[in-house]
Design a protein around this ligand. Structure first.
Ligand code: PMP
Length: 405
């Protein structure tokens, strides 16, 4: 529909909405013209494709009590101390806007804890509405239309779509079959428009944790080409074999994004944070944009996060290590796969001769829900298994997957 026709069509509709101007009430049109409603949608939205993951969820909705190995959130609940702190904050009346950058209490606590972890003053902290909120603000604060951000394929789906939404380009670097950071491959993708390198360790969907030499190589590359590293460390607490330091320990000019969704099972509370160099740069720019988008992260949950930071989460990480061992131990008997060292995903190759989508279809017919790799990748050769479920369901689901080979 052309712009002219759209405007002509829109005018009578808009005039028909209920409005009280003085004492004049204009009748309300209860039926919305669906063609017109579609015409209002921007091209930006058409470019974002949500079909892959939606298909899996549509299928899931039809299954009765499936073994669901598709979910990207912990199977434990928010720690009691955090729940109590949230309820207390609400009762105390902490229900209003906070400062855009977050409450002083939470920011100070994050600043102290991160400075101790990274061995230096970490600069500025911005509390965000989840890491998703941090990612959108970071992309908007750093990339102009046509600028490029590089990340490895397979990737966390949001990276690609955020770039599309803001008119930047997401440039992917194929990391199959080992899913590791190969600096020469990444360097080959750098152009004069490249500004940002997004690293995600531990990774969704592969579970790979970047080694110290890989982190060093990334830092070297970023320095050589003046790139900003955005380190998405949302799965940072979930490392099972050895604890690899944050890349922000090696390089101060990193924008670090972390959150409470995975670490404390607060996916619905929308709480994350961004940490970057002091001095009025990126964090300030993100805060400025937050003022006109999210405004602030949810107030009572910021209070809850302060309490959550004191909760010992080691037992949860131990439980997930066990789940990783269960899933890897079973799946490796039949599938070609890389042993994951972190997060709660494993990314095996579909059996030879079938696409991941075809294999996932067969798994779903057996009541096991996993996600085809083409949701996270240009390839449709692998599938993602989330082991964030009970040990029993996990073992049963993995055995069924093996039986399909
Ligand atoms: N980064 C990665 C790698 C993720 O997997 C997720 C959630 N699945 C996010 C960021 C966003 O998490 P949230 O917005 O809940 O903090």
């Amino acid at each position: 529909m052309s712009i002219i026709r759209y405007h002509q069509a829109a005018r009578p509709f808009l005039a028909g909405q209920l409005s009280f101007v003085g004492v004049v009430a204009v009748p309300y049109l209860s039926v919305v013209d669906s063609d017109l409603s579609k015409a209002w949608v921007s091209k930006r939205v058409d470019l974002v494709d949500a079909s892959g993951i939606r298909k899996v969820f549509d299928l899931a909705a039809k299954l009765k009590d499936p073994i669901n190995l598709s979910i990207g959130l912990p199977d434990f609940d928010v720690p009691e101390a955090a729940k109590t702190a949230a309820i207390d904050a609400i009762q105390r009346g902490e229900n209003r806007y906070t400062q855009t950058q977050g409450t002083a209490l939470l920011r100070d606590k994050l600043h102290t804890s991160l400075s101790a972890e990274l061995g230096r003053d970490v600069g500025e902290v911005l509390v965000t509405s989840g890491v998703s909120g941090g990612l959108l603000l970071a992309a908007m604060a750093t990339l102009d239309v046509g600028d490029e951000a590089i990340f490895l394929d397979p990737y966390f789906v949001m990276y690609r779509h955020v770039m599309t939404m803001i008119g930047a380009r997401g440039v992917t670097v194929d990391s199959y079959p080992d899913f590791r950071f190969h600096p020469e491959k990444v360097e080959a993708a750098i152009t004069p428009r490249t500004k940002v390198l997004i690293l995600n360790s531990p990774s969704n969907p592969t579970g790979v944790v970047m080694s110290v030499p890989e982190l060093e190589a990334a830092v070297k590359l970023a320095r050589k080409h003046n790139l900003l590293i955005i380190a998405d460390e949302i799965y940072e607490p979930f490392m099972y074999d050895r604890s690899i330091p944050s890349i922000a320990r090696l390089e101060p000019n990193v924008l670090l994004l972390r959150g409470f969704s995975k670490s404390h099972a607060m996916t619905g509370w929308r709480l994350g944070y961004a940490v970057g160099p002091a001095g009025g740069g990126i964090i300030q720019a993100m805060a400025k944009l937050q003022q006109y988008t999210y405004v602030c992260a949810p107030s009572p949950f910021q209070a809850a996060a302060v309490a959550a930071m004191d909760v010992e989460m080691v037992s949860y990480v131990d439980a997930y290590r066990r789940k990783r061992d269960i899933a890897y131990g079973i799946l490796k008997k039949k599938f070609d796969l890389v042993e994951p060292q972190g997060a709660f995903y494993i990314f095996p190759a579909a059996p030879k001769g079938q696409t991941a989508t075809e294999f996932v279809q067969r798994a779903i017919e057996q009541n096991v829900l996993v996600i085809p790799g083409n949701v996270f990748s240009a390839r449709d050769t692998h599938f993602r298994v989330s082991y964030a479920t009970t040990d029993e369901k996990l073992a049963k689901g993995c055995e069924i997957l093996c039986s399909l080979v």
